[in-house]
Design a binder for this molecule. Sequence first.
Ligand code: ADP
Length: 495
Amino acid sequence: MQKSYIIALDQGTTSSRALLLNQEGTILGIVQKEFKQIFPKSGWVEHDPVEILESQLGVFSKLIKAHNIAAKEIKAIGITNQRETTIVWDRHTGKPVYNAIVWQDKRTADICEHMTQSGLKEHVKKTTGLVIDSYFSGTKIKWILDHVQGAKTKAENGDLLFGTVDSWLVWNMTNRTDHITDYTNASRTLIYDIVNLKWDDKLLNFLGIPKSMLPEVKPSAYHFGDYELNGVKIPITGIAGDQQAALFGQACFKEGQAKNTYGTGCFMLMNTGEKPTFSKNGLLTTIAFGLEGKVTYALEGSIFIAGAAVQWLRDGLELIKDAKETEALADSVEGENPVYVVPAFAGLGAPYWDMYARGAVFGLTRDTGKAHLAKATLESLAYQTKDILKAMEDDSGIQLENLRVDGGACANNHIMQFQADILDTEVHRPKVIESTAMGAAFLAGIQIGLWKKEDIDQNRPMNRIFKPSFDRVKRKRLYGKWKKAVERTKGWEEI
Ligand code: ADP
């Protein structure tokens, strides 16, 4: 019997990865290659689009060679990618006119300022679900058209194409025929109307972006085109931006289901159903996925300092040698922790939005030791997550069903148990925490009829489910103290 495999391409910010899955959805192999980060000036971050493409195709080819897979055994390809990163290229030569401007790049702050001063804030929020920020693609496209010689004229003549990384990969993988993206990636561009599912004329006009540059936008499970390998056409049938792919990979298919990725920072997304919910708390509204003729929306919030606070314990305070040690240290504290760490090292994000806040430690007494500090630092990840989830519930009126977790710091049982306790919600840690790649693979597999959404939900083995154990009074007392600590960090820096 012929074997069937799915390949997930995970094009991230620092590396390109390819994952091989069998038809049971088990990961059989991963190949990864890092690529160059280019920092031409302070606040600028670029990648070489050709290196992105070559590294991605390189790991693909290495993976199938290593596992001795024939092209005809690969039934579909799913792509997930770093979001918002912007590439503009010449449709005739295939050459990028400039490096990829990466999501982290801040060079377009003044364009954003101009947008805000021109009164576009409300329009941007209601149309794109986003806030005006250099993070998103729109102002990066304008920067390229304004600064690369001849680019504007070429764009107006229809000679240039824009794409997020998924688009760039697909266009190249389909022999330069399919200029296409999916809803999740389009929803991060600052020029896409997530309500009416079309590019927004007002924003395109303001930024001077001709429509001819833009990719077609399709559902996340869709036949985007074929990648020809050794004479075999392999369909590309799944695309989603990395955070949305992780949400899908965590099988958050229903309203009220949410995932949190605990990395350097935290990225949280909650499925809010088929109508967009616009936040009163500064959260982003985004498309979670387009599937089976419907579009599902999500609220998105991020925490700047999460695992980074654990790094501070290790590198700043030198209290530990390895992040893992924090778990036993925190477990050694008996009873409630009187110490609170608010890691507002770079101000406070959602839902507080105070860039003048700075970090602080509260509740020190003569017997405070490093275990208290470690425990308080771990707890700060859980408290910050609760702040955002509360904002999401408040915005959407939807109650969180359970929290599905991934990312490096989700390995820490102390954080996870405290997370369940303080949220009063189960925390589900799956066996496979490759949620991003799994999401892309699931989308691709669903489109070719290999899998069904329902099967995926049922066949995700759990590593551990953390159940809440605090009573209401205790939870309220501890969270109340956290809120008090946060209040006292606000406005620390002089304006
Ligand atoms: P990123 O993708 O943002 O680089 P990762 O998902 O690799 O992050 O997670 C790494 C972060 O998680 C680091 O900030 C590290 O301090 C933290 N971390 C990793 N393992 C643990 C652990 N066992 N306990 C607490 N924090 C951890």
